[in-house]
Write a protein that binds this ligand. Structure first.
Ligand code: SF4
Ligand code: SF4
Length: 211
């Protein structure tokens, strides 16, 4: 699918936007830098057949503490980076289509699917009340069940991505370009994901017991 087609065909909500997001002006899409794993990268490239939405951000410019950094040497200078979605000059996500529209909704990153829900140390699900999200979330059984499933998947994917980053850092950090990093992670993601029955949202079944 070409990018123009993506922009026109996907400029509509994918199904009904559930409350409370339907009553919000997509505050999260206009504020956060979205960090990605190899699995998010693979799902997004498969969905939109492009790579120009990817950004390589120095770690000091990103607030994330969970994601894994990788190393690149640019113009002879080594640096530590996060893999992110591009943002425009107003700091809005590259894929934000206005209103309640995410242009890549079926393949959106896991962090977008989970936000603002989070898991406490005792494993119970709650939401980040002091974050950007203005909504009061109703923590019903379905919301909690979905969040538990997605957070477990995110944990697996972060473990796998951490392993890939360590491999990249050990082998290619002094010689590899960002384009080569993207290709490396695409191939790693492709090897590890399993398509669901709609062939859109992809799941990872590996990486339960990585060191
Ligand atoms: S998660 Fe929160 S900030 Fe994001 S669209 Fe939904 S209500 Fe708005
Ligand atoms: S990928 Fe979609 S859901 Fe995630 S921040 Fe961008 S527009 Fe919002």
């Amino acid at each position: 699918m070409g990018y123009e087609k993506l922009m026109t065909e996907n400029r509509k909500p994918f199904g009904e936007i559930p409350f409370p997001c339907s009553a919000c002006d997509a505050e999260c899409c206009k504020f956060y830098t979205i960090t990605l794993t190899a699995f998010d990268l693979f799902r997004l490239i498969e969905f939109c057949k492009r790579t120009d939405f990817l950004a390589c951000k120095p770690v000091e410019e990103v607030r994330s503490k969970r994601d894994h950094p990788f190393f690149l040497t640019k113009k002879g200078k080594p640096g530590e980076y996060f893999l992110c979605l591009k943002r425009d000059e107003k700091e809005i996500c590259f894929f934000y289509g206005g209103g309640h529209i995410c242009l890549v909704h079926p393949a959106r990153p896991l962090v977008c699917r989970i936000y603002p829900l989070t898991q406490k140390a005792d494993s119970s699900i709650t939401y980040k009340k002091k974050h950007r999200c203005p909504a009061d979330w109703k923590m019903d059984a379905k919301t909690i069940g979905d969040a538990e499933e997605m957070i477990a998947q995110q944990d697996r994917e972060l473990m796998g991505y951490g392993k890939f980053c360590r491999e990249w850092n050990a082998k290619y950090s002094k010689s590899g370009s960002f384009a080569e990093f993207v290709d490396f992670m695409y191939r790693k993601g492709k090897d590890a994901v399993v398509m669901d029955e709609q062939k859109r949202i992809l799941k990872t079944e590996k990486f339960h017991k990585l060191d």
